[in-house]
Ligand binder design. Structure first.
Ligand code: SF4
Ligand code: SF4
Length: 95
C-alpha cells in the first residue's frame, strides 16, 4: 500500500517534513513518494500526514488513482465548476 503524488502538486514542501517514513522527495518541480517507504501512515497516525497537510486538491492519489483530497474538498468550489473553468492567456478565469 502506498500513495503517489500527481502533477497538481505545486512543490510547496509542506508534506515532506511530516512523513514519518522519509518517503517524500522533490522530483523536478513536483514531489514524489517512494513506494517502498510509504505505509499510508498505517499504525503511526490516524490520518495520512501528507494528505492532511496538502493544500492542493487532487495532488495525492491512492493506489487506484483516486484523489485523497478530491476537487472541492479543500476549496469548497464544486468539482463541476472547477472542471468547466479554463485559464485563458490573459490570466483571467473563464467559466
Ligand atoms: S501516507 Fe504517510 S508514509 Fe506515505 S508518504 Fe504520506 S506521510 Fe509518508
Ligand atoms: S503538500 Fe501537496 S502540493 Fe505540497 S509538496 Fe506535498 S503533495 Fe505537493
Amino acid at each position: 500500500m502506498a500513495y503517489r503524488i500527481d502533477t497538481p502538486c505545486t512543490g510547496c514542501w509542506a508534506c515532506l517534513p511530516l512523513c514519518p517514513n522519509d518517503a517524500i522527495r522533490p522530483h523536478g518541480t513536483i514531489f514524489t513518494i517512494k513506494v517502498s517507504h510509504c505505509t499510508e501512515c498505517d499504525g503511526e497516525f490516524d490520518d495520512p500526514q501528507c494528505v492532511s497537510i496538502c493544500p492542493v486538491e487532487e495532488a495525492i492519489l491512492d493506489e487506484s488513482g483516486r484523489p485523497l483530497n478530491p476537487l472541492g474538498s479543500l476549496t469548497g468550489i464544486p468539482a463541476a465548476v472547477q472542471r468547466s473553468a479554463r485559464w485563458v492567456s490573459g490570466g483571467r478565469l473563464s467559466l
